[in-house]
Design a protein around this ligand. Structure first.
Ligand SMILES: N[C@@H](CCC(=O)N[C@@H](CS)C(=O)NCC(=O)O)C(=O)O
Length: 216
């Protein structure tokens, strides 16, 4: 059994939920509340499982209870252990292109807007809510603009042709965050078109933050 420690609004956990659903894998979810009790990700119990103190975390009971942190490491693990319904293209150049866009979101954009960064801005640095929103929207805009440009290589197709995979599992949660923080999306028609194709799919619907059991 696969166990996913996550939080309904965690976009990194959202990526993994999409990947698990696209592969049709059964998994049990363990909610870790990112705000309650000062953030349960900081608890001794959770840190014993994941010393990084971040979500998500995957535990694979069928593989000696291995614990894997970092959403993209988890998705790559799933891809290797369960190769059916592949999430990455087979061509090495296409795989690299997909990874480059996904990594841009996961490594260059998301970390700047993560909860602990926003908390540090308002707490230790005393930044106003207005300035914090400007910070958020600035980094989202730069990131989405680069992804929008990168998507031109797909010529209106999804990353696996007619099927979504690794790339869409990263882009859709970032788009969710952008919408949540009222970022203007008019400059990203390819991303919005990608969303229109992914949103009706069951894998994405079942992964959506609002339908998770721990959603407020
Ligand atoms: N690079 C990590 C990012 C993990 C991450 O930042 N997770 C967020 C939720 S989306 C978190 O746990 N934040 C807790 C905090 O900031 O205290 C990944 O892809 O898994």
């Amino acid at each position: 059994m696969l166990k996913l420690y996550g939080y309904w609004r965690s976009s990194a956990a959202y990526r993994v939920r999409i990947a698990l659903n696209l592969k049709g894998l059964a998994y049990q979810q363990v909610p870790v509340h990112l705000v309650k009790d000062g953030g349960q990700q900081h608890s001794i119990d959770y840190r014993a499982l994941n010393p990084q103190g971040l979500l998500p975390l995957l535990v694979d009971a069928e593989n000696g209870g291995v614990r894997i942190a970092q959403s993209l490491a988890i998705i790559e693990y799933l891809e290797e252990i369960f190769p059916l319904s592949a999430l990455l293209p087979t061509d090495p150049a296409e795989r690299a292109q997909v990874r480059a866009l996904a990594l841009h979101i996961a490594c260059d954009v998301h970390p700047l807007n993560n909860l602990r960064v926003l908390q540090y801005l308002s707490g230790e640095l005393g930044v106003s809510d207005e300035a914090k929103s400007a910070w958020y929207q600035h980094w989202v805009a730069l990131g989405l603009a680069a992804v929008e440009e990168g998507l031109s290589a797909f010529d209106g197709r999804l990353s696996l042709g007619e099927r979504p995979g690794y790339l869409e599992a990263c882009v859709m949660p970032q788009l969710y965050n952008a919408r949540r923080f009222n970022c203007d999306l008019t400059a990203y028609p390819r991303i919005v078109a990608m969303a229109a194709r992914c949103e009706p799919l069951e894998a994405f619907q079942l992964a959506a933050p609002e339908v998770q059991a721990d959603a407020l």
